[in-house]
Design a protein around this ligand. Structure first.
Ligand code: MLT
Length: 408
């Protein structure tokens, strides 16, 4: 008899965004002809930068010729891309990261999901609430939690992010070993100051903990005082791993390219206190389970880091930030308290009622899809997340429809 992994039975039956898609599909089936505007999942709508498209075409051309054809690439990513990332995303900002500490992958979702495999099951894991569900669900799948009771898994140290703390979690009261942080935050759009991030790095150093820092939205930071990478903080190289993505920067959600920085100074410990390099362990994991990102996609990612590519990425990001400003202003004018949307593509709206109730209201009365905050955790109840990833005219129309729906 084939036996199931019982940890999977502890999970909610479906992943948040799959649940939303199901509800939207059933609404569409019941109300055919109602045009829906999707401001739910953070999926980009603008095409890839010209520099990336040109690089893709050139790379495909290389694959068509015997002399330039490529089979398997290095599991860690091609040198040309790792070098470009180290120079453009880190050294240019004074962060000490070398090309061989960068592992190119097909998504920050997979990397943030998979990284926990390197750790023992008896570690104490701290997870913000609300949170991008992947961090929590993958620890549940791995067996690091008990059952969910009242929306909280036993065994997890929840870091509550509320209006009172500006949606930036305070340090845990109990010792923890692994901490997930994401800034600019998904879902709240909150940012973290250099001082607050430095306090987390100090905590990790004092407790021999590790921070998994998800910086997938760093390109949206416009405030020059805010850190874009945890490696801008002194001492972080020994206690942090960082995840980045080309999805929300160059519009690669469908193209798939991301990377993880694993500093050579980072270690995990065995029962006798002996240290083991996380870089070596992640390399071991990736070489066993992953065969790299396709050559054309890595060339396109490299092009996103060229002078021309960076200018195009900046204008894509400006476009979505302008949408975010519009959403924030309109929702505020309707009387809703909002966070995010300034250095982030997400606006976290205090709905003044249950999250799913507000989700259903916007869907049924305005034909607008948002994401119910409760889907991100208990502290998300009473909020919804509105994504700025759509075309400006659609965002404008969505805000007009919401205004009309709430007026009646
Ligand atoms: C989101 O909407 O939270 C993101 O698009 C999900 C993701 O990046 O996987």
């Amino acid at each position: 008899m084939i036996k199931v992994n019982r940890n999977y039975l502890k999970l909610k039956s479906s992943y948040l965004f799959s649940e939303i898609s199901k509800r939207v599909a059933s609404f569409e089936a019941a109300s055919p002809g109602t045009p829906i505007i999707k401001l739910g999942i953070g999926d980009v709508t603008l095409p890839l930068p010209r520099a990336c498209i040109d690089a893709l075409h050139r790379a495909v051309g290389e694959l068509a010729e015997k002399e330039t054809f490529k089979g398997y690439g290095p599991e860690q990513g091609y040198e040309f891309l790792r070098e470009a990332i180290a120079a453009e995303d880190f050294r240019s900002r004074g962060a000490r990261v070398s090309a061989d500490e960068i592992f190119v992958s097909d998504g920050a979702k997979c990397d943030t999901a998979n990284f926990q495999e390197l750790f023992s099951n008896d570690i104490r894991v701290a997870i913000p609430d609300p949170v991008y569900p992947v961090y929590l669900d993958t620890n549940v799948m791995a067996g690091r939690t008990g059952q969910a009771i009242n929306g909280r898994y036993e065994g997890i140290a929840y870091l509550e992010c509320t209006r009172e703390n500006g949606f930036v979690p305070g340090l845990p009261e109990e010792p923890v070993d692994l901490v997930y942080l994401c800034f600019p935050n998904n879902p709240t759009g909150a940012t973290i100051t250099r001082e607050a991030l430095a306090a987390w790095v100090r905590y990790a150093r004092e407790n021999r903990a590790l921070i998994l820092f998800d910086a997938a939205y760093e390109v949206f930071i416009r405030d020059p005082g805010l850190p874009r990478s945890i490696f801008e903080i002194d001492g972080a190289r020994e206690v942090a791993v960082e995840f980045r993505s080309f999805s929300k920067t160059a519009g690669f959600t469908g193209t798939r390219c991301a990377y993880t920085v694993v500093p050579r100074d980072c270690f995990a410990f065995d029962d006798s206190g002996e240290k083991h390099s996380l870089h070596a362990l992640w390399n071991r994991r990736q070489t066993t389970k992953f065969n790299g990102v396709s050559y054309p996609v890595q060339r396109a990612a490299q092009a996103a880091l060229s002078g021309e590519g960076k200018a195009e990425v900046a204008s894509l990001v400006d476009y979505y930030l302008n949408n975010a400003r519009h959403v924030r202003e309109r929702m505020a004018a309707l009387g809703f308290a909002c966070t995010g949307g300034e250095n982030s593509p997400y606006i976290w709206v205090n709905a003044g009622m249950g999250s799913w109730e507000f989700f259903d209201l916007l869907l049924e009365k305005a034909g607008v899809v948002c994401t119910p905050g409760a889907g991100f955790g208990k502290c998300g109840e009473g909020y919804v997340r509105i994504s700025a990833f759509n075309d400006f005219d659609r965002v404008q129309e969505a805000m007009e429809r919401i205004g009309r729906a709430l007026a009646v």
